[in-house]
Design a protein around this ligand. Sequence first.
Ligand code: SME
Length: 155
Amino acid sequence: MNAKRELYEELARQARGLLAGERDATANAANLSALIWQTLPDLNWAGFYFVKGNDLVLGPFQGRPACVRIAMGEGVCGIAAADAKTIVVADVHRFPGHIACDTASNSELVVPLLAGGQVVGVLDLDSPLFDRFDEYDAAGIEVLARIWIAAGDRL
Ligand code: SME
């Protein structure tokens, strides 16, 4: 099997174990962002934004301090949330509207958090490498997003 798929299967197993028995969505987001940060190579940011009104508001994360509030439809995160679609950006400097929270970021993966068809936030990964994320990363992080949704109560 593809090594990346194996890595994400192992990560999903660990995430299920880590979140099992806890319904607090914030605590689960904090632990999941730490697990991703510890496990996946070449990241400079990994964390959550939650939908609050018309904005995405910063949630638990690992990495440098980040933008607190992102309007729906703005930046990679806001577009992924507004369209309820995963976005893989190979070079953030070529993505119109990209919001640079950390100048070290060169590529990005944003996965929407979907609860009953409704977007409740996004899971965002940044990398200092160009073209760091592919379809295996997207699929693997989508599984982690579903694990987080299933594990906890709504915020
Ligand atoms: N780059 C994101 C903003 C969030 S930071 O990367 C943590 C964006 O364009 O939405």
